[in-house]
Design a protein around this ligand. Structure first.
Ligand SMILES: Nc1ncnc2c1ncn2[C@@H]1O[C@H](COP(=O)(O)OP(=O)(O)OP(=O)(O)O)[C@@H](O)[C@H]1O
Ligand SMILES: [Mg+2]
Length: 328
């Protein structure tokens, strides 16, 4: 890998799932778009995950998030492109690539008859971690399950199971932790606890990649956010920058007469005619108040008949970015 500050480097990643054949195929897996060619789940995706960050991978259902993660985990075969994990190519050096990453899958799966301690010990054994170097107790403490050490895993609540899965992903001390929808279906309180756990691990130096549908979660946790839709990367930028996009507010003004010259002001990000007599002004709410915007328009001789506002948030940016791509 050329840049040592990169944890994961993905280049031109393509995944086309084989077409589902006849009745023996997997029902419900492809749906629309699953033609004779199969389903194009990733259409050439490239991006880097910087070391030491919490990186959010966002996108609607079926966008390709799990496909991407499962390729990193070595669970799904890519069609073409390259993936380097901690400098190790997943084809040429799959052993080291796999050892550098801990994956928490979207579905909760483990043998319900093992205790949390046994789950971690077994996993340590699978990774070939010598008994003396296993961190099962430490990991149970880290995920706040020390008191459940000897309980049956099936008796754990959903949130506890997810925490155990995080510990399980960390038994071989990988520098990267990947969580596929860690908080799906988890209540608000438990979600907070998981966020804290992920932040703690990150403070200890672990690079974290997570997928989520919750924009609030991405905004709170992630240093950087990539959005994918229909297997294409739509944006990849610091969370701060994405949220900045939401600093913009929109005023829709109905005026008393047809609009000739558009009013202008340095704090107007955009000003356009949304109808004969309707003006849409996008402005930076940190630089100008709604009152000042109205004042500017009035100062140019217009009478304002009606006013309505729109305040975008990260969700709007998300919808805007994903629908722009659809329209294109
Ligand atoms: N094993 C498979 N065989 C065929 N198609 C698949 C398979 N797995 C996933 N797909 C298809 O690939 C596309 C991407 O699916 P993927 O699971 O990666 O999406 P996702 O972004 O993780 O969605 P979600 O948010 O619902 O978890 C979907 O259209 C899905 O139906
Ligand atoms: Mg998924």
């Amino acid at each position: 890998m050329s840049d040592s500050s990169v944890a994961i480097a993905i280049r031109d990643l393509v995944k086309r799932y084989a077409p589902v054949k006849g009745k023996g195929g997997r029902a419900g897996q492809g749906g629309a778009g699953q033609g004779a060619e199969g389903k194009l789940a990733l259409g050439g995706v490239s991006f880097d995950v910087p070391q030491g960050q919490i990186f959010g991978l966002l996108g609607p259902n079926g966008a390709g998030k799990s496909t991407l993660i499962n390729i990193m985990a070595g669970l799904v075969m890519k069609t073409s492109g390259t993936v380097e994990i901690w400098g190790h190519d997943i084809d040429r050096d799959s052993r080291n690539a796999k050892a550098s990453i801990g994956i928490v899958p979207q579905e909760i799966v483990f043998d319900p008859f093992f205790t949390p301690f046994e789950v971690l010990e077994n996993q340590g054994g699978l990774w070939g971690v010598p008994k003396a170097l296993r961190r099962s107790e430490e990991l149970l403490k880290a995920v706040h399950l020390a008191d459940k050490r000897n309980a049956y895993s099936r008796s754990l609540s959903g949130g506890m199971k997810r925490r155990l899965l995080i510990a399980k992903a960390m038994v071989h001390s990988p520098p990267i932790l990947v969580l596929d929808e860690p908080t799906a279906g988890v209540d608000v309180e438990l979600r907070r606890q998981l966020w804290e756990l992920v932040s703690e691990l990150n403070h200890q130096g672990v690079t974290v990649v997570l997928t989520t549908h919750y924009l609030e979660e991405a905004e709170e946790l992630c240093d950087r956010i990539a959005i994918i839709n229909h297997g294409q990367l739509i944006t990849n930028r610091p969370t701060r920058e994405l949220v900045e996009m939401t600093r913009e507010k929109i005023l829709l003004l109905t005026l008393d007469r047809d609009i000739g010259d558009l009013p202008s002001h340095p704090a107007f990000v955009k000003c356009r005619k949304a109808g004969e007599r309707v003006l849409e002004i996008t402005y930076d709410k940190d630089r100008v108040t709604a009152g000042e915007v109205l004042g500017q328009v009035q100062a140019q001789g217009f009478v304002i008949v009606d006013v309505s506002t729109q305040e975008p948030d990260l969700e709007d940016v998300f919808v805007q970015l994903t629908s722009d791509r659809e329209a294109a």
